[in-house]
Ligand binder design. Structure first.
Ligand SMILES: [Zn+2]
Length: 317
């Protein structure tokens, strides 16, 4: 009896899954909409979700700036398909050539659309290039597992060019490239002085818990201080809605400070990882999307080092 039953349920599951798979295959349309948030400054806002077969990895904000003579692309999204659809969204706005395609950092949702853009325009900070080179293939494999067939034919393309930080005219646009870090080893921020828009990449999250797989929180907090001093009118976070106010920056800082203190205190108190998972997350963070899962991930990322630091302090004292 056991085998026919499980066979029947397997067949039933297949019957349910087939129309869904066929529907996905026929579309694979991210439905990208480029919003002009200031003259010549655009953003494509992603969902405040985790990677999934349903969203195809469209959980990230990308953007572009249209100057007098060319377009600057800021991040290329999670897949070849996304990159192609992003380029189509750019073409719906302007026929000007893409003159610079930036990867803000080496996380997969920010660079796996690189294939769609002119290869000689791809550029990033040196540590980002090194990160894509060493971790890109692993990220790409993992993105197939998380997002399924949306990722088809996506290949890692490593930017050949290192960006030069500083204020400069690119494509007829007055921009400043800031080499910061803390979310990863290298986080590139783009300041568009023509419109006062800051593309803060994953140094800033809005309404979504920050991710920390490569984080150095002390350095990240320093980068947020530098951002707070910028003469900005509009903030584009790496994830979440665009803001006219500094609130997302304060929110990101508040969460990171709490996370850092919580993990340090837990290590000092000799808790084990299971006990840290069970700690309460303050009510003021409950509106952050994915806060429970990101807190657990952050404990996995950050707690072992905190334990070692606590042990070293105990041995010294
Ligand atoms: Zn990131």
């Amino acid at each position: 009896m056991k085998l026919p039953l499980s066979l029947a349920s397997l067949l039933f599951a297949l019957l349910l899954a087939l129309p869904l798979a066929a529907q996905q295959r026929s579309s694979f349309d991210y439905g990208l909409v480029a919003q002009e948030i200031a003259p010549g400054a655009y953003v494509i806002v992603g969902l405040r979700e985790d990677f999934s077969f349903a969203n195809g990895g469209n959980i990230v904000n990308t953007g572009f700036l249209v100057g007098r003579s060319g377009v600057i692309v800021i991040d290329t999204g999670p897949s070849r398909r996304y990159g192609e659809q992003m380029l189509a969204a750019i073409r719906a706005v302007t026929p000007l050539p893409v003159v610079l395609t930036l990867n803000s950092h080496h996380h997969p949702d920010h660079f796996l659309g690189n294939q769609a853009f002119p290869q000689d325009t791809l550029a990033a900070l040196p540590d980002t290039i090194a990160g894509i080179r060493s971790e890109g293939e692993g990220f790409n494999d993992n993105m197939y597992r998380l997002n399924g067939d949306w990722m088809r034919d996506t290949e890692v393309v490593v930017p050949a060019r290192a960006v030069m930080p500083g204020r400069q005219e690119i494509g007829g646009r007055d921009v400043e490239l800031l080499a910061l870090g803390g979310h990863t080893a290298a986080d590139l921020v783009v300041v568009d002085h023509d419109s006062g828009t800051v593309y803060a990449a994953d140094l800033m999250f809005n309404g979504r818990a920050p991710t920390t797989p490569h984080a150095d929180i002390a350095r990240w907090l320093g980068a947020l201080e530098a951002l707070a001093r910028l003469p900005a009118r509009l903030w584009v976070p790496g994830h979440g809605e665009v803001s006219t106010r500094l609130a997302p920056l304060h929110e990101t800082r508040d969460y990171l400070e709490w996370l850092q203190a919580t993990i340090r205190d837990a290590a000092e108190a000799g808790l084990d990882m299971t006990e840290v998972f069970a700690l309460d997350i303050p009510a003021r963070f409950s509106q952050l999307a994915l806060v429970e899962i990101e807190f657990r991930r952050s404990v996995v990322h950050l707690f072992p080092a905190a334990e070692q630091a606590a042990l070293a302090r105990a041995q010294r004292d």
